[in-house]
Design a protein around this ligand. Structure first.
Ligand code: ZN
Ligand code: ZN
Length: 413
């Protein structure tokens, strides 16, 4: 049993609702949940009303029912998207309902299901829900992703531990990286954390570095040019109405996009890369004029090469993210097999797609204009960790001044 579990769960619910969603009086939040998450969901429902919600609308999925349906329903079912489901998301969009969802369901839920059914479902649900998810990506309403352990996920993170025991260990880890102690003060801690992230975002945006140079004792020596008018982002976002919210809890990173054609040198991975059940270990990438020209890996090299061959854009970087080595997530020493956590463990880079919002006006540019502005395009986006205890990053301003950004693995300012 996790000590003070009830108090911590309630603290977590308040954190997700008050800081994550920042529910405003009169709003009608939606909660995408699962029957397994009922206890946390109910606490979130109450927390929404505490914030003055007009109404709260949870939707409970069920992994068992989902799997049974994929295995046993009529095949034609997967080619249609029910109109009431579309009406539902359209209604939420109209209301600009804040959306809370959870990551954590069984990663092997659809194991053994006919891939054609999964693909058909994806194809059928894509277009009808596109306006809703486009609005979400563009922060037209508040949204937040939290986490809830399931036995399958917990047993993957803690091999050798089973069922409730593994669940307790994962809850413990989630509470700890979410700065939840049971004292009821997580909301205050996160407001302070978000403010310190924002301070660094503003400093970095003020510098408008022409390039960053990475070096450490693994052998990393990499220069990354940044686009003109790039924007660093971190922690909080705002809706058009000016409501501040925190889309990911936990979050530690501050990120922007590199110039796709402006990366030179070699970078060594600091942690293994887990993709679709494959593990790539001890690897490095060589860059010339932005393109990955060579790959070496102690393990999983073939898989890494294949991933980089996904398309031309996957040969170039699309994200530069700064995370202190001394971050709560890395300090646990746990590989979560879940991006919400793992990408906040270490400074990382990603090959593949860049976020258009990383360049001023990027969201309103055509694909060609985005590319000219330096933003990489690809169908994929793969984060890999490069932050070590001795990582140094030096920024060079457009007038040639050198400013330390990272010293010994942590922010210099
Ligand atoms: Zn990132
Ligand atoms: Zn990323």
């Amino acid at each position: 049993m996790v000590p003070d579990f009830e108090a911590k769960l309630s603290e977590y619910a308040h954190l997700l609702v008050e800081v994550g969603l920042n529910v405003q009086p009169g709003q009608t939040p939606s909660i995408e949940s699962n029957v397994e998450y009922a206890a946390l969901t109910r606490l979130c429902v109450s927390a929404c009303y505490d914030c003055g919600a007009r109404n709260v609308v949870p939707y409970y999925g069920d992994d068992f029912t989902t799997r049974e349906s994929f295995l046993r329903a009529d095949g034609a079912v997967f080619e249609e998207y029910p109109s009431y489901m579309k009406a539902r998301v359209d209604w939420f969009l109209e209301q600009k309902s804040p959306r809370l969802s959870f990551t954590g369901s069984n990663p092997e839920l659809l194991k053994g299901v006919d891939p054609a059914r999964i693909q058909a479902r994806r194809k059928a649900s894509g277009p009808p829900t596109k306006p809703y998810f486009d609005a979400l990506t563009a922060n037209k309403f508040q949204w937040c992703v939290g986490a809830h352990p399931t036995p399958a996920w917990a047993e993957k993170v803690f091999p050798g531990r089973k069922g409730e025991d593994a669940m307790d260990a994962l809850w413990d880890a989630i509470f700890s990286v979410c700065r939840i102690t049971g004292d009821g003060k997580a909301v205050e801690r996160w407001k302070a954390h978000a403010a310190s992230v924002r301070r660094r975002v503003e400093l970095l945006n003020g510098y408008q570095f022409a390039s960053l140079r990475y070096a450490n004792s693994l052998g990393t020596d990499l220069t990354v040019r940044l686009p003109d008018n790039h924007l660093w982002a971190g922690a909080t976002d705002h809706t058009p109405a000016g409501v501040e919210f925190l889309p990911n809890i936990p979050t530690e990173e501050i990120f922007t996009a590199p110039r796709w054609d402006g990366v030179e040198g070699r970078v060594y991975a600091a942690l293994p890369l887990a993709m679709d059940g494959n593990l790539v270990k001890d690897f490095c990438l060589d860059f010339q004029e932005g393109r990955i020209v060579d790959v070496h890996a102690g393990e999983g090299e073939e898989y890494l090469r294949r991933t980089i061959d996904t398309d031309e854009g996957a040969h170039y970087l699309g994200e530069v993210a700064l995370v202190p080595y001394d971050s709560p997530i890395r300090n646990t020493g746990i590989l979560f097999y879940n991006t919400l956590f793992d990408e906040n463990a270490s400074c990382h880079l990603a090959f593949g797609k860049a976020y258009p919002s990383c360049v001023k006006g990027g969201e309103d540019m055509s694909p060609e204009e985005q590319k000219a502005a330096g933003l990489n395009r690809s169908i994929t986006h793969v984060d890999f960790m490069v932050g070590t205890k001795d990582l140094s990053i030096v920024g060079t301003t457009r007038d040639g001044r050198e400013i330390p950004v990272f010293v010994d693995g942590n922010f210099a300012f």
